[in-house]
Design a protein around this ligand. Structure first.
Ligand code: ATP
Length: 210
């Protein structure tokens, strides 16, 4: 199995790149999706959040009211630590399960926004960073996602910098231009780097004893 860590700042184009790699046949493991799944109604995760932060974090339909939780959990460092202590191990366990379920010859792409912030580069055979200039990302987040400009800028400021990402990147995808351009880069990455690299990883795997 080839493990690829895909990261980049908010609005840089991780999902766009991940979708294209999945079309080529990569197995996608999506951190944001897992983080939502582990706190869905009926999960141990949601029950533990309610026990920790109170029933007011539930919306009328029993699902997690994210803005209410965010207001409580991001109020101070200790609350944030309590939130992370519940959610991080559940996300880690589910991620491990999904990775373990992939076939030995799979190319697994882990879309993980906080790869750099959490110093996880060594967990992957290859780290792919997708990036675009801050102004381009702000424009996309405001126009495509309806985010307030100040929120977009604050989120970007809170994340790792381009320089920090550059320090761990094996592959750098520039998504500052048209979507077709980055998709062509992704196609080349798949054919020229990932498929041959996977074959290499497989060849280097120790043979089972006879
Ligand atoms: P997040 O960190 O919020 O999950 P992301 O890095 O996954 O974001 P995407 O969702 O892929 O980013 O892209 C952000 C927005 O910008 C989306 O609406 C997407 O359709 C759009 N977008 C991505 N790449 C381009 C491009 N090259 N040109 C124009 N729009 C783009």
């Amino acid at each position: 199995m080839l493990r690829v860590g895909l990261t980049g700042g908010i609005g840089a184009g991780k999902s766009t790149v991940a979708r294209r790699l999945a079309e080529h046949g990569a197995v996608l493991v999506d951190s944001d999706r897992i983080a939502r799944e582990v706190v869905e109604p009926g999960t141990e995760g949601l029950a533990r959040l309610v026990a920790e932060f109170g029933p007011e974090i539930l919306a009328a339909d029993g699902s997690l009211d994210r803005p209410v939780l965010a207001a409580k959990a991001f109020a101070d460092d200790e609350s944030r630590r309590r939130l992370n202590a519940i959610v991080h191990p559940l996300v880690g366990a589910r991620t491990g399960e999904l990775m373990a379920a992939a076939k030995p010859d799979a190319i697994v792409v882990h879309d993980i926004p906080l790869l750099v912030e959490n110093a996880l580069a060594t967990a992957y055979h290859l780290v792919v960073v997708v990036d675009a200039p801050v102004e381009v990302r702000v424009r996309r987040l405001v126009s495509a996602r309806g985010m307030a400009e100040e929120d977009a800028r604050a989120r970007i400021r809170a994340q790792a910098s381009t320089e920090q990402r550059r320090a761990v990147a094996d592959v750098w995808l520039d998504n500052g231009g048209a979507e077709d351009a980055v998709l062509a880069e992704v196609d080349a990455l798949w054919a020229d780097r990932l498929v041959p690299f996977e074959a290499n990883v497989r060849l280097r795997r120790p043979r089972p004893p006879v």
